[in-house]
Design a binder for this molecule. Structure first.
Ligand SMILES: C[S@@+](CC[C@H](N)C(=O)[O-])C[C@H]1O[C@@H](n2cnc3c(N)ncnc32)[C@H](O)[C@@H]1O
Length: 279
């Protein structure tokens, strides 16, 4: 029996996400992935068939959240293109904790990729979900310019890769489209700027100014390209307006909790949402 068949046997037609390795980021951010589709549908005229590019898919949690956004707000129509290398990428000397080690092991074998395939297979068939397996730095420049309504960036979180993913993503976005991403725990104006500037090659560190942990690479790269962005619990977004970027407002966004989040992640999202002002 193949690993794919085994996953289908133990979880027929249902995605597999455990809270520790399935939903890597703060669960509340998934409400804003769903909400990003709602936000785009507020435009007049509203775009019809929406096209989403995701850079960094892991086991497919964010892809399923965007799929739920399409199901809720766009009649389950649209395309999701997932780009991921599904190969080990952490610097093991700098990331030696159990979570990084286990992710690295899942990426070194085909386990992460096979669970991703199983999970995206549960997306409604009216939505086209395709994936490109390879390095984002090589794949993105091969994609047609101006074709995506949403580009979600969530691959390597150190400075140089995030900046490269952002710069490669920009030409691919339609006017009025949204570039968004995960793990902007602090914007540059909120953290110790000096520490952030010299720590771009680190994945996750503690900011002495706020006492909070953050990804300095994401903070720096987002600030350098866009300046201040919309940020909700670590989910960030900017909207293309001609040659400029504007901070999109998510005010009025209906809060929809993605169905594929495990129960504990749903509770986490509900609690976290109480502290977030949606503006
Ligand atoms: C934080 S995880 C993505 C989580 C996913 N968006 C979710 O919400 O579940 C990062 C992913 O980026 C991928 N990745 C890291 N560097 C990459 C690169 N240079 N090119 C393509 N994929 C990469 C890893 O294989 C990993 O699956």
């Amino acid at each position: 029996m193949s690993y794919q068949d085994l996953l289908e046997t133990i979880s027929p037609d249902k995605p597999i996400f455990d809270i520790k390795y399935g939903i890597l980021s703060a669960p509340v951010r998934h409400c804003f992935m769903v909400g990003t589709i709602w936000k785009l549908k507020q435009r007049r005229p509203a775009p019809a068939a929406l096209s989403i590019l995701e850079i960094g898919s892991w086991l497919g949690a964010s892809a399923l959240s965007f799929a739920q956004g399409l199901a809720e707000h766009n009649g389950a129509r649209g395309t999701i293109t997932c780009v991921d290398a599904w190969t080990a990428f952490f610097d093991e000397e700098k990331n030696s904790d159990a979570v990084h080690k286990n992710m690295q092991a899942m990426l070194s074998s085909d386990i992460a990729y096979d669970i991703f395939l199983h999970n995206i297979n549960t997306i409604p068939k009216t939505i086209t979900c395709q994936h490109l397996k390879g390095q984002s730095g090589a794949l993105l420049p091969m994609l047609r310019a101006g074709q995506f309504d949403v580009i979600f960036i969530d691959a390597d979180h150190t400075y140089a890769p995030v900046k490269r993913d952002i710069l490669n993503a920009i030409p691919l976005l339609k006017d009025g489209g949204i570039i968004c991403g995960d793990d902007l725990n602090l914007q540059l104006s909120e953290c110790d700027r000096g520490l952030a500037k010299k720590s771009g090659d680190k994945d996750f560190i503690k900011d002495p100014r706020t006492g909070r942990k953050f990804h300095p690479g994401v903070t720096l790269a987002v600030d350098e390209v866009f300046g201040k962005v919309a940020a909700f619990g670590g989910f960030w977004a900017v909207q293309k307006a001609g040659k400029a970027w504007k901070i999109p407002s998510y005010k009025g966004m209906p809060v929809i909790y993605p169905r594929h989040l495990p129960q504990s992640a749903l509770e986490d999202a509900r609690n976290h949402l109480k502290d977030i002002v949606i503006k």
